[in-house]
Design a protein around this ligand. Sequence first.
Ligand code: PDD
Length: 277
Amino acid sequence: MSIGYFNGDYIQLDQAVVPIDERGHQFGDGVYEVIRVYDGKPFMLDEHLRRLITSARAIKLQVEQSEEHFKALILEAVQKSNLLDCDVYLQITRGIAVRKHLFPEAPLSVSMTVRPMRVIEDSVRENGVTAMFHTDERWANCYIKSLNLLPNILAKQTAQDRGCFEAILVKDGYVTEGTSSNVYILKDGTVYTTPLSKQILSGVTRMAVEKVTHSLGIPFIEKMFTPDELLGADEVFMTSTSSEILPIVKVDEKDINQGNAGELTLKMHKKFKELIK
Ligand code: PDD
């Protein structure tokens, strides 16, 4: 069963518990993580919690709780949900205080949801998804997993309105990442992805992809690439906690790999599933 959590209490998802004067609600003043649980075990939880703490520090959130505390909280919530395969959303904000821009003297708010895993059907993965290019209109600190996602939301909705699954963001002539994913190209047997910087999120699935490529003997190179290079690639794929490794077969109406999911991409996904086990 799906459950929620807010500041110490387990709640129904539709229960009203967040006061009007809450910084996440009013300012998006907080950070979050999305963690996937396979067969009762959170996948790469340490990496997610490390990134959560990095994000929190970057926006000067004084998180007193340890990574161990959050680990125990997540495990407790998953257990209470009775779900074996689920998605955990964890959010920390600057707390509850009368609306004013300056940091308040208030305890941080911690909220969480646990819901059944949103599985991508095998047939969708095997056929691949379509995408479009979109200007990256986000701010200068996209390495922070901040609640402020307006440019991501607008780009993703534009993609959906044009019949695409994802928008691939482009800044100064180079691909950065997707609205909620990292993006890769495969050319002559080598995987290329955008180097880590303040412009992109350091994806946890991206770390897993690095491991997967090594185990398959596929070179993994961090290098900027242009939309044209992407269109000329042998294979294109995206990754995220919720999509895992997903082939992209058409971008801006142009076929990649004749519109077929890349063979190596699917092989990497198979290996990724083995890694989970
Ligand atoms: N999104 N880039 C962005 C902008 C993201 O929002 C995400 C994840 C990723 C991939 O990160 P990871 O592999 O750690 O999930 C890259 C999550 C799933 C979300 O916002 O729902």
